[in-house]
Design a protein around this ligand. Structure first.
Ligand code: CO8
Length: 258
């Protein structure tokens, strides 16, 4: 399907979705969010896709929700319109792994969108922030909750209350991103991570994603039980037999998602 505000490419089992509103530093307007929701849903349903990369441009992953679109809205319009909801729902529903490849600005809704992905690979030019406070509002799609879980209360408060930006080095040091790479290598690194993921058993991959995500939602005891049950259940798959046999036979496993 042809999109106007995003670019979607599927190659070697990896779908790359690039936000593409260069004139507005990829600000998230309702059109882009609707297209993003559709592209994520399609990629998740596409049998050829085994991992998804969400990215922006060299200058901006996304500089936040579109301030021009929001500025004149009333409470009722925001409440009833809830224009972020389809993208939030679509992102949350994706069962395949989603990597955020972030270069340049990831601010406000852009930072929040990156945090909704499964992990973030950042270029050394990345800048993260929740500057909504400068606009007289606060984060609205998870920033106060997710950033706090990623980096802890003190740094999260600092970011939300002062509106300052965090550079890539600080983001890695504080656990917001999994790795930082030179800007020129960002997509190569993200694709290499995605290709590695694409080689695994999709069943184990989805189980791992579910189990890690469960740690956000439950107690340690319940989370450990959930993990153990998933672990046990994977012994009903052919991929577990193949993976362990391949190790013992010193060869590469050929997973078939069975
Ligand atoms: N919205 C709309 N347009 C934007 C945005 C944005 N968030 N960010 C940048 N742009 C536009 C600029 O207006 C400018 O357009 P034009 O050339 O037509 O004037 C163009 O992009 C380039 O921007 P700048 O000239 O400002 O570029 P600089 O390099 O000087 O500065 C910055 C880059 C620092 C990123 C600066 O653009 C900036 O501060 N942007 C705003 C960042 C921000 O405040 N983000 C938070 C937005 S609010 C939000 O995300 C809330 C999310 C929750 C919503 C929940 C809804 C239910």
């Amino acid at each position: 399907m042809a999109y106007e505000t995003i670019i979607v490419e599927v190659e070697d089992h990896v779908a790359t979705i690039a936000l593409n509103r260069p004139d507005a530093l990829n600000a998230l307007n309702s059109h882009l969010l609707a297209e993003l929701a559709q592209a994520l849903t399609e990629a998740d349903a596409n049998d050829k896709v085994r991992c998804i990369i969400l990215t922006g441009s060299a200058k901006a992953f996304a500089a936040g929700a579109d301030i021009k679109e929001m500025s004149e809205k009333t409470f009722v319009e925001m409440f009833l319109g809830d224009f972020f909801e389809p993208a939030i729902e679509a992102t949350a529903k994706v069962r395949k792994p989603v990597i955020a490849a972030v270069s340049g600005y990831a601010l406000g809704g852009g930072c929040e969108l990156a945090m909704m992905c499964d992990f973030i690979i950042a270029s050394d030019t990345a800048k993260f922030g929740q500057p909504e406070i400068n606009l007289g509002v606060i984060a609205g799609i998870g920033g106060t909750q997710r950033l706090t879980r990623y980096v802890g209360k003190s740094k999260s408060m600092d970011m939300h209350l002062t509106g300052r930006f965090m550079d890539a080095e600080e983001a890695e040091r504080s656990g917001l991103v999994s790795r930082v790479v030179p800007a020129k290598k960002l997509m190569e690194e993200a694709q290499s991570a995605a290709s590695k993921i694409a080689e695994k058993s999709m069943i184990a991959t989805m189980a791992a994603k579910q189990a890690v995500n469960r740690s956000y939602e439950t107690t340690l005891t319940e989370g450990l039980l959930f993990e153990r049950r998933l672990f046990h259940s994977l012994f009903s798959t052919e991929d577990q037999k193949e993976g362990m046999a391949a190790f013992l036979e010193k060869r590469t496993a050929q997973f078939r998602d069975r």
